[in-house]
Design a protein around this ligand. Structure first.
Ligand code: NAP
Length: 480
């Protein structure tokens, strides 16, 4: 059977790539989802030129037309959420229910920003000089390069594209090479939405080729990036040299604190969700379970029992709790961290090995390591897989200190029935997002998303705070 070819969208045209790469299903490597174009330097140049040519008209276009187009895109994504969610599960490996949820989130994000572009407001103030008025307004930034990772292949493109377009910017987008299918599907929807040719451009291909050129291109005014800390830091340096505005959302080593007074069943369930759902491949996943010593023995036993009940299988199969790891290199990285942890003195008490299923895929049993300490690599470095370690502590104060003992600062959670500790933790955990009796992963689409320390750089994404990055402020003085 012939495999469908998917081209780049440049200046409103679908243009064949210089070459194509196969998008494979990590649940079943015999399943080829499609061939996706790889842009070369000439195509990237064409995309940037198309966006630059479209910017003058789009940047002053009417907000009603922009809002209508974004609403239409959102409605179509929502109407097709099952189909798009299935595509997502097939290319990335999260379960179909998670895939459909993510597709719905993407649709809702477009609809949220359809409203936001109508609400962009400014300020008027009197001048300190009599007879003069001051107006503060927000304007589009220009042409924005968007670079996205593989773990949320529809939601992250959506939460960058929607505000960029809502506020009058043009876009050149490079999705993750591993999972271009969902980004291509959004591009196809955008191409029929009434948004003028060149306003949105999709260039697929490798980060080291297309991403690097995008970051360094003089025709790009700003970069919004989500991905690993290493790549993010290099992009920040390049943007600093070229004086481009930059926004980076990067990794995490998110703590989940379990206190003695926690509801045990709730603490176990939210730890399972935080650490292992979506195969642990969430920047907000918790890989450090920080447990006070009173609850520790029963918590570990209950967690192991719950882990034993998890069904790890084909992402599209009904009843699967956890799908495969997304790629062979990620699977190898996960397994190597299980080894590293044990070599450092941790005890592997559950999972941690590759699994075979009916189809050839990258299946792994979620791993639980106990007897770990804060300095171990498994507690310092992002694994980005279903690998959790337990650190035991004496009391809340030690738990808080351990939670903050990390170079990352994305999200943190606490399981407790104490208002006092919950309130203190919300104020003192050094993160961008904090959860009480909830998993560290799983957030709303209409409020800010992001972290501090090594997890994020630049203004927040999502919600009305997205305007901080996607607009530029102008101060105008008028003498009557
Ligand atoms: P990654 O390797 O950093 O890649 C992210 C994107 O950057 C991909 O599109 C990649 O291209 C591209 N890229 C790679 N090298 C580049 C270069 N030199 N110049 C420009 N672009 C380049 O990250 P990943 O493995 O895809 O994603 C996992 C990471 O993302 C984890 O660290 C996770 O925590 C983080 N993440 C953070 C958030 C958040 O909001 N904080 C959300 C989700 C994920 P390729 O196509 O070649 O890979």
């Amino acid at each position: 059977m012939s495999v469908q070819k998917h081209d780049n969208l440049i200046g409103g045209q679908w243009l064949p790539g210089a070459s194509y790469s196969a998008n494979l299903n990590p649940s079943n490597l015999a399943d080829v989802i499609g061939e996706y174009a790889q842009a070369d330097a000439a195509q990237l140049e064409q995309a940037v030129q198309a966006a630059r040519a479209a910017f003058p008209a789009w940047s002053v276009s009417g907000i009603q037309a922009r809002s209508d187009a974004l609403d239409k895109i959102g409605n179509e994504i929502l109407a097709r959420k099952e189909e798009l969610g299935t595509l997502l599960s097939r290319e990335e490996g999260k379960t179909r229910a998670e895939g459909i949820g993510e597709a719905a989130r993407a649709g809702n994000i477009f609809k949220f920003f359809a409203g936001e572009c109508l609400r962009l407001s400014g300020e008027t103030l009197p001048s300190v000089r009599p007879g003069i008025g001051v107006e503060i307004t927000r304007e589009p930034l220009g042409v924005i390069g968007l670079i996205t990772p593989w773990n949320f292949p529809i939601a992250i493109p959506a939460w960058k594209i929607a505000p960029a377009l809502a506020f009058g910017n043009c876009v050149v987008m490079k999705p993750a090479d591993l999972v271009p299918g969902c980004a291509w599907a959004i591009a196809e929807i955008i191409s029929r939405s009434g948004i003028p040719a060149g306003v949105f451009n999709l260039v697929m291909g490798r980060g080291s080729v297309v991403g690097d050129r995008l970051v360094n291109h003089p025709g790009i005014d700003a970069i919004s990036f989500t991905g690993s800390q290493g790549v993010g830091a290099r992009i920040a340096q390049a943007c600093a040299v070229n004086l481009k505005k930059v926004q980076l959302e990067m990794g995490g080593k998110n703590p989940q604190v379990i206190l003695d007074d926690a509801d045990l069943a709730q603490a176990v369930e939210l730890s399972i969700q935080s650490a292992f759902f979506s195969t642990g491949q969430r920047c907000t996943a918790s890989s450090r379970l920080i447990v006070t010593q009173g609850i520790y023995p029963k918590f570990v036993e209950a967690l192991k029992a719950r882990m034993a009940s998890l069904r790890i299988d084909d992402a599209l199969k009904a009843g699967t709790d956890i799908g495969p790891v997304s790629s062979l290199s990620q699977l190898e990285q996960n397994l190597s961290y299980v080894e590293i942890g044990q070599a450092e003195g941790a005890k592997l008490v559950a999972g941690g090995e590759r699994l075979q299923r009916d189809t050839d895929g990258f299946y792994m049993a979620p791993a639980l390591l106990t007897d770990t300490t804060a300095g171990m690599r498994i507690n310092r470095e992002e694994v980005f897989g279903p690998v959790a370690s337990i650190i035991t502590v004496k009391n809340y104060e030690e738990a808080l200190a351990e939670a903050n003992n990390t170079p990352f600062g994305l999200s943190a959670g606490i399981a407790t029935t104490s208002l006092k500790y919950a309130t203190h933790f919300k104020r003192h955990s050094q993160v961008g997002m904090v959860m009480v009796n909830l998993p560290t992963a799983g957030v709303d689409y209409h409020v800010p998303f992001g972290g501090r320390k090594g997890s994020s750089y630049g203004p927040r994404e999502q919600g009305r705070y997205a305007q901080e990055f996607f607009t530029v402020v102008k101060t105008a003085y008028t003498q009557a």
